[in-house]
Design a protein around this ligand. Sequence first.
Ligand code: BGC
Length: 778
Amino acid sequence: MKKLTAVYSSLTLLGCIIYYHSTAQQAPQLGRNTIKEVVAAMTLEEKTKLVVGKGFKMPGTGPVIGTTEDKVPGAAGTTFAIPRLGIPSIVVADGPAGVRISPIRNHDSSITYYATAWPVGTLLASTWDTSLVKKVGVAFGQEVHEYGVDILLGPGINIHRNPLGGRNFEYYSEDPVVAGYMTAAIVNGIESNGVGTSIKHFAANNQETNRNTVNTIVSERALREIYLRGFEIAVKKAQPWTVMSSYNKINGDYTSEEFDLLTTILRKEWGFKGFVMSDWFGGRDPIAQMKAGNDLLMPGTSQQSNRIKSANEHDSLSIKVLDENVERILSIIVQSPAFKGYAFSNKPDLKHDAAISREAASEGMVLLRNEGNALPLKTDKKVAVFGNTSYDLIAGGTGSGDVNKAYVVSLIKGLSNAGYATDNDLQNAYTTYIADVKSKRPKPRGFFDAPKPVPEMFFDAKALAQKADNADVAIITIGRNAGEGADRKVENDFNLSDTEKVLIKNISIAFHAKNKKVIVVLNIGGVIEITSWQTDVDAVLLAWQPGLEGGNAIADLLSGKTNPSGKLATTFPVEYKDVPSAKNFPGKELPTTEKQSSPFGGKPSEVVYEDGIYVGYRYYNTFNVKPAYEFGYGLSYTSFTYGDLKLSAKTFNGSITATITVTNTGQVAGKEAVQLYISAPSKELDKPAEELKAFGKTKLLQPNESEMLSFTLNIKDLASFNTKRSAWIADAGAYTLKIGASSSDIKKTMNFDLAKEVVAEKVTAVLKPVIQITELKK
Ligand code: BGC
């Protein structure tokens, strides 16, 4: 017995020694231990490193480069690794239109790292097809994964408040429902690969002028209904891994320092579970950012870590707050490919993705005008192709929304791929001219120095008459580019330049004299003026900035291989002065002595959103201002009829379902984007004439084929934000449900009642403007 006891106690002792050794040597490990245990084992220094990125270096020209050379050169940033706790570094890379990384490494061009340039966000939204956008996301996410990136810095989902917004091309729409559903679709697609996204820029970041400093003064109602609603839909439907706060202030505070935005609204009200990162060098005060719930400061500086550490040591930042920031970051890192040790191939299937990029591009281009069935154009025609961007297509905008792609299919190449004969002399003249102008220009001075457009060439009447003799039809491309760091201008950008107008006019005179048609292709990322020149030409195809397969996709539509089915997700006004925010965009600069700490500069300024909720069609429809082309508009080579609209009930009870049958009544197969608008009764609040609440797109319908679409609305879809009561309230009364082919082409309407007022959601009264805003009212 004694012997046994002795053996037993020596075993116990051995166990204790082994246990002691393992705990001493092996600190808690991410993934094996709980996140709380890992956080409890972290030193203050480690915590302050994890909440601040590893830094950034900005070369004179070329891409924005984070300190990611060891893993993914050219990516925008990384986080610190803490190997003793099993915490890897993760890589984040731009952007909304494709993975933005260095295509060549160590000067070795035998292996390349190009990515697909997808069509820009505005084009994707114009597809009105969330399944297609999800399909783009699945392919896009595969590139993120195979290039060793953990989180994609996109999509961009801000509202097109004003057509001059320099980054509008990155964003989807003037309407938050379109923006929200498109974001959810692409996020779900990308994240299905086991990588993350960062939906950006949260929030009310609708201009580039003084973007790092501007104070956006906006009412709670406009914020909730217009500028936050898309983010709300996306968070609830897709739960993205991360959200990127924006550069601007909202009602006095930087968004990255605004607790009520990042915690009260985003987390408590909407249930966001991931982490928030700042935009690059966004905000000023790292302590306020931590407290607000802006968990990760990007790209990160050692000063930020030091300030956070010292704030904790001096009791101005509690460890509880910092621990929460760290926990949220770790809860995402633990899901990342880096944590899982994914052996990325650096070989995404670019061929497969190019085909999807082309498909998406052709589905989101919008046929604006087609007089006398100028289009489609048989591929046995000879085409005279004018306009610089026919030869030098703009696949996407500039800045972090740009992508390093292996090639761009120009329009001239796309036309020739489709079988069209083109004019070689014109091609030679254009390519020589463009190369010459570009070679004489100084090199871009850096990231924000977007290339200036090449002015259009002038052709005299004799030269044009000869071109008209030798071709069956003329195509003229008008191109526009913009991007991060600057807004667009009215003259020579929103409005066509005199040279462009003369080019269109003279070509039209020459070709029409010979009874030949003229087609304009718009290779643009944002809205332009069309009314003054469009009657000169027969057809206008809005090709947007269509990604690397753009020329092929345009040819698909011109030839009728694909029937146009894109519709506008943003209004084209007649003139810039018709835009509801024209009077207060981009705001005014303020007198100050404040020192700028952002390397991107910007003067203290403010912009007051006096247009309130009346953004885009909400304004044009309510105030009867006729646009050039309305929200939701787009032509097809076929026609559709809308059958009877049926509602599931006459009185709303929890939800209501509308069904409608759409039939292709034309000669060729096509798809139709169908929109559901609501006109709500107006008691206490101003209500827009129509508001989009749902949308869908038919499958490819053959002639005479029909499809039934159904849409279900819930109580929040009927509600407006009542600031006095801090609640989304659906007023009692008669609602009109409208099914439209566009926001003004309403095909069927039906009424239903809401018997009693319903408080759809009570929220916290936060983000109040500090000054009285004189908002636009009916
Ligand atoms: C842009 C972001 C981008 C970040 C990283 C910033 O200048 O505003 O959209 O993700 O840079 O490149």
